[in-house]
Design a protein around this ligand. Structure first.
Ligand SMILES: NC(=O)c1ccc[n+]([C@@H]2O[C@H](COP(=O)([O-])OP(=O)(O)OC[C@H]3O[C@@H](n4cnc5c(N)ncnc54)[C@H](OP(=O)(O)O)[C@@H]3O)[C@@H](O)[C@H]2O)c1
Length: 308
């Protein structure tokens, strides 16, 4: 009798726990974003987006411009940045833009000078978007020393260092937001081992920094957005229900701001894909991921062959 009562209460408690977690998660997708908090009227707020030349980063630039933020566009190619700046300026004539040029893959100590480039602009948002993997579909031993270094620098080191130097600015201008772009690859995908690991770093760095700023009583929100497949410069796939375009992805990410969960899928379709990974037993998941990577590799090769 006692044992069956214990099982009964454990069952009820577990069901309540999962119901609350699910409700909290669903709430994040139906509530209104807290983004306007970071652009109070008359304060002329700025956002800095890394890797803003293309793909999701450019999507963030468009979406933040539409929401009234001035934008620092970061990229490695000055000429392309200028073209992008002109394009945005034509579309959003009331918004101010500035460019910051540096190669995230070859990060140097002069990253410490970034606050000088910000000057007295009221920076309230940092979007750490730059990232990706140039050597997709290769096993660890097929990568060179330089491949590994490039992937770690571009996805993890640059984000950490630019956040380190800009956090005092963001704290001074609070309330402010650090939005870090992560990936479904953080689950641990075969044939992108280093990239997967850097996105795991993004996740745990974001959680740790969120805890740290809260512990220090700072009004800075730290949010990691997990991303699944998105059509972008580096991911030439067809847009569909589960594959948004870059601007839709950026808009969905901004909708999650202020939801109270520091690590979340930005787009609802990716959330469904991500949650299903949590429930599939590991041996099946490994097989499924290997098959998925294999078919993505074939698709990429076919597209490349068509282009040549
Ligand atoms: N697309 C997806 O399916 C997907 C899935 C999961 C996660 N993500 C994440 O989403 C973020 C954006 O990805 P995306 O697909 O939008 O990428 P993308 O289309 O390739 O755009 C990346 C942007 O970053 C810039 N960039 C790349 N390497 C750089 C470097 N070393 N220094 C400075 N700028 C650099 C690129 O500049 P250039 O224009 O000069 O090339 C480009 O503007 C990344 O963090 C990626 O890991 C994307």
């Amino acid at each position: 009798m006692l044992i069956s009562n214990i099982f009964h209460y454990v069952g009820v408690a577990t069901t309540c726990y999962w119901a609350i977690q699910l409700a909290r998660y669903v709430y994040c997708y139906i509530r209104s974003s807290s983004l306007p908090r970071y652009n109070p009227t008359g304060k002329d707020a700025w956002a800095l987006i890394t890797g803003a030349n293309d793909g999701i980063g450019f999507g963030f630039a468009e979406e933040l411009s539409e929401r009234g933020f001035n934008v620092f566009l970061h990229g490695r190619n000055r000429e392309k940045l200028s073209r992008r700046q002109e394009e945005l300026q034509t579309k959003f004539p009331n918004i101010k833009y500035k460019v910051i040029v540096s190669d995230a893959a070859n990060i140097h100590e002069n990253i410490n000078l970034t606050p000088n480039e910000i000057g007295d602009a009221n920076l309230t948002i940092l979007v750490n978007n730059v990232g990706g993997e140039k050597q997709s579909y290769r096993g660890l031993t097929e990568l060179s020393y330089q491949d590994v270094r490039t992937t770690i620098n571009t996805n993890a080191t640059f984000m950490t260092q630019i956040t380190r130097v800009l956090l005092p600015v963001l704290e001074r201008n609070g309330p402010s937001l650090v939005l870090n772009v992560s990936s479904i690859a953080a689950y641990g995908m075969p044939f992108v081992p280093v990239y997967s690991a850097t996105k795991g770093f993004v996740d745990s760095f974001s959680r740790a920094l969120d805890a740290e700023v809260k512990a220090r009583g700072q009004d800075v929100e730290v949010l990691a957005i997990r991303v699944g497949s998105v059509r972008s410069q580096s991911n030439d796939v067809d847009v569909g229900l589960m594959v948004p375009d870059s601007r839709t992805m950026a808009a969905a990410s901004l909708e999650r701001v202020g939801c109270g969960i520091p690590l979340i899928f930005g787009y609802w379709g990716h959330a469904i894909a991500g949650l299903s990974l949590d429930f599939i037993p590991r041996p099946f998941m490994v097989k499924m991921l290997a098959n998925t990577m294999d078919s993505l590799k074939k698709q990429a090769e076919e597209r490349q062959a068509k282009r040549n």
